[in-house]
Design a protein around this ligand. Structure first.
Ligand SMILES: Cc1ncc(COP(=O)(O)O)c(C=O)c1O
Length: 393
């Protein structure tokens, strides 16, 4: 008799019954957009290595230095590699200062509660990433959710009188939809309502902007606009490594250094990791060809997807999706592709809303045109699954 384990066993059985069980596979990245998954070589559309940098030879020597950070930077000192990286990041992203975090998830859990409390209000796009929602909940601030990219509704919510500070929170490039937040309009609303914008650029960094400097570069944000911005960049996707940084005004970063609990109470990024990230920044800036290629592959995919029985809503980004509807349909199509040596993961609730299970197709500059054609051909020959309750937004 063990009440806790009984509850967990029950919960796990429920997840299996609803096709919401998440299965972990052993996976090793290989060149050219392939992976070895459970011992089998597959063409992968699963990862977010958008620029194909994760196996870049320039990053390996830095990573070979095994030294760890050993404690929070506030306890055991701040390593010169981390210090230099923070300075380079501030200059690279165009902000006064930057602070490193171990991951994007940890950054949001630390930053949002450090800035706001129960008397304040957060305005959150309905499709924001889970880390933004969790950080918002942790702050205790009043959470107001607006429909995806609906600026009219957001303005109506901002106009309601209420005490405290206002923070708008948004992904830049939405991770499961491939849509872009109207960052310039969000900042105009911030100015009008004396709000700040916390922008999660996890999928934009490296991909958006001529030099890969993310949403601020893509939207050509002015210094005045940037003063309303708290910017989160992560290194687990286009940078091919892992870790994150928050950038903004010097005051903001000083405050986070004192009060963001996931910074203060967590061991910093290993110096070797910081050194590899320093080597990565110029690679991202120089990856113009890869970004052009990604746009080309996205257009090619959209043309191919038009001939498929499932909707693939328009996106010019490497984040593409095929809307299936029910979890079981997404699982079956994903399993069918896997039988044919292609990995495109089924994305199900709670990652996406109910009735909107999908295949997420993540494009990489490491892919060839023939990879996209192979994926589309394989999907065209898939057995038809009854399509119930599909609702692409
Ligand atoms: C939009 C978005 N924000 C934040 C995160 C979390 O970043 P990290 O993987 O660095 O924790 C992710 C992904 O994993 C993401 O997709």
């Amino acid at each position: 008799m063990n009440a806790l384990l009984n509850r967990l066993e029950h919960g796990l059985q429920g997840l299996r019954r609803q096709d919401l069980w998440r299965h972990r596979t052993l996976c090793q990245p290989l060149p050219n957009g392939h992976v070895r998954r459970d011992g089998r070589d597959m063409l992968s559309f699963a990862g977010n290595d958008y620029l194909g940098l994760s196996l870049h030879p320039d990053l390996q020597p830095a990573l070979a230095d095994a030294a760890g950070a050993t404690a929070s930077p506030l306890v055991c000192g701040h390593h010169r590699q981390a210090h230099a990286l923070e300075q380079e990041l501030a200059a690279w992203s165009g902000f006064d200062a930057a602070r490193l975090f171990v991951s994007g998830y940890q950054a949001s859990l630390g930053v949002i509660p450090a800035l706001l409390g129960p008397k304040d209000s957060i305005f959150c796009d309905r499709l924001n990433h889970a880390s933004l929602i969790d950080g918002s909940r942790l702050s205790g601030a009043r959470l107001r959710v607006y429909p995806h990219r609906d600026m009219g509704r957001l303005e109506a919510l901002l106009s309601r009188p209420g005490p405290g500070l206002k923070l708008i929170i948004s992904d830049s490039l939405f991770s499961m939809d491939g849509t872009l937040a109207p960052v310039d309009e969000l900042l105009t609303l911030c100015e009008r309502h004396d709000a700040m914008l916390y922008l999660d650029d996890a999928h934009g960094l490296g991909v958006l902007g001529a030099n890969g400097r993310g949403a601020p570069e893509h939207f050509a944000l002015t210094q005045a606009q940037r003063r309303r911005l708290i910017y989160l960049g992560t290194f687990g996707k286009a940078a091919g490594l892992g870790g994150a940084f928050v950038a903004g005004s010097a005051t903001l970063i000083d405050w986070l250094t004192q009060r963001a609990r996931s910074y203060v109470f967590s061991t910093g990024l290993a110096p070797a990791h910081c050194a590899a990230l320093r080597a990565c920044l110029p690679l991202i800036s120089q990856a113009q060809q890869q970004r052009t290629r990604l746009q080309h592959l996205a257009r090619l995919w959209q043309i191919q997807a038009d001939t498929l029985p499932w909707p693939s809503p328009l996106s010019e980004t490497p984040v593409q999706r095929l809307m299936l509807g029910q979890p079981s349909q997404a699982l079956r199509l994903s399993a069918y592709l896997a039988e044919h040596g292609i990995w495109a993961p089924a994305i199900r609730p709670p990652t996406v809303p109910r009735g909107q299970s999908r295949l997420r197709i993540s494009l990489s500059a490491a892919h060839q045109e023939r990879d996209i054609l192979r994926l589309a051909d394989c999907l065209r020959q898939a057995p038809s699954f009854p399509n119930t309750e599909t609702s692409a937004p």
